[in-house]
Ligand binder design. Sequence first.
Ligand code: MRU
Length: 368
Amino acid sequence: MDYKSDKFFEQVLTVSMEKDRQSINIIDQTLLPGTIRRINLSTKEEIWEAIKKLRVRGAPAIGVCAAYGIALLASRIQKEDFSSFYQEFGELKNYLASSRPTAVNLFWVLNRMDSAVKKNEEKSVNEIKEILFKEAADIREEDVQISRKIGEYGFGLLKERKKEGKEIGILTHCNAGTLATAKYGTATAPMYMALEHGWAGEELHVYCDETRPLLQGARLTAFELHHAGIKVTLQCDNMASILMKSGKIDIIFVGCDRVAANGDAANKIGTSGVAILAKHYGISFYVCAPSSTIDMETPAGDKIPIEQRDGDEITKMWYKERMAPEGVDVFNPAFDVTDHSLITGIITEKGICHAPYDKAFKELGIGR
Ligand code: MRU
């Protein structure tokens, strides 16, 4: 794989709709990096399970999968009259929405698809089904463009830090990369834009937090950046502090699953710890957030629902034998919330926001 060959993004294509529109094709992220396998999702149970089990993951990619999913499932509804169609559509929508609670893109996408149905109530059910396929394709294409814009703003921050003969140290947590979106990622978009602007992969040095317990940093971010030709070093989560202290980190980019109106940002568990360390060491900490991730209806981070996951992900999933006593209680929240006071800026496709965030979001016309 090579970023410059253009094949790179094809090979790691996260979600696409099959030509016959009978199934969604995804790269099964639970098998990476050892096995690159594409699978097809056809039934509602398969789509739900793929999101729940993180075969497809990352807020924007979950959104795209749900958009294709609801379009595909709606196309099979055998009802001719609008109200019977809409009732079944609502049930399917609620079912997909129950897969994961934190990433707001899932709900944003399903509501957008719902609006597309309601707006076209006077059209025939067959026409509405076509509109849904088109809306899902638009959501995917918009995500590509949004990531590019986030990447350009983030690249501006990298240019400010460029010094002759010195690499720029970037720390990232989890995977907010191409595997989490339709194309460029959010936290990785500035790195991909740097390559497009002719920088060599060695001008950047990306330090990936391993990201316990599901290892998205090791399995996914290190995988995609390494194959894209960007210099990558992997460290365990508890090594971020020593890295920052040693002066190796110039800037931090992370993704997010939901940003509250006051700028508090939910992202993969461990992100808030990284932000606290960054504050201590005086390192800029940026959250990369498509505006669809900014939830103006959630006033502050304490109102963001945090997904709790199975304890087996910590005690045994990655080991030959269990690594904790049978029966021990396990605390396994999938996300935490970084307080807005720890965030240097929130990079959206419309510009970089600084505190006070509610005002900055409104000024950029972000809201729903
Ligand atoms: O549980 P995951 O792997 O879906 O969590 C993903 C993250 O936390 C990402 O950082 C976030 O969704 C942003 S992806 C651009």
